[in-house]
Design a protein around this ligand. Sequence first.
Ligand code: AKB
Length: 317
Amino acid sequence: MTKDKILIIGASGQIGTELVIKLRSMYGNINVIASDVKNASDEVMKSGPYEVLDVMNESRLHEVVKRHGITQIYLLAALLSATAEKNMELGWALNMRSLSHVLDQARFGNVKKVYWPSSIAVFGSTTPQINTSQHTIMEPNTVYGITKQAGERWCEYYHQKFNIDVRSLRYPGLISWKTHPGGGTTDYAVQIFHQALKDGEYESFLTEDTTLPMMYMPDAVRATIELMEAPSENLKIRSSYNVAGISFNPKEISEAIKAYIPKFKITYNTDERQAIANTWPKSIDDSEAQKDWGWKHHFDLDALTKDMLLNLKNKYN
Ligand code: AKB
């Protein structure tokens, strides 16, 4: 049996940093090739192969895929919601072209499986916001959301027309301590922990009652791997699966932090990210993911708060 060779594109990012390490522990260090336009964490750089790769450069992508005999690609490079609003052209170009380059490695080459992340940003202001279902109105109001919706349609199209085994999750906001998120609307839920430990206070750019769906990174990594390991015939959705973790707002997370740091203070001063958050769901119905591949989140707000504070304290010390 030939061994899978996995390429992670975007290995220095919030998800890539943790997914590379997990996949190396499962598939063997030399079988998981990390890549990005910039160096990844020391842990990633030292534990296995690394390629400098700009996914916009299709011939370089093809060369890396061929040289390593890649059979699976995880495409994690993207411009997130807040950054894409500031640079529409780059947001559209990077998020769409990277996907088409990767899907074509599967269509015309030896890549057998592709993972591509979608987001709760595929939904928009006309979507019902409570317990948002898998199949509902999707009229995204952001550049990022439009790229995610278009990407979902491409994934399903490549699966139906070319039988490409492409799999995807609609991530909620992701909370992690190893790497900062970059340029998203849900970033406050990571920044708040750093500020709580450093300054004992945080100024939120979202109002106290802006509830959004969120997930702790260990759950997100597990969801990604469980989806990728699931038997292909079980997966009925080839656009992207809803996955739920927990939902909370800035006030609720600040209360959870106060249970460990009683003097912690939160203030509010909204910016342009509020308008983005207002168009997104407050909670997600992930019954299709539960039914098709057994998804269930583990971390609730208190468990993630405790774990974040513990790990960040160690990091700062
Ligand atoms: C963002 O805030 O842009 C991302 C996302 C929800 O996809 N974290």
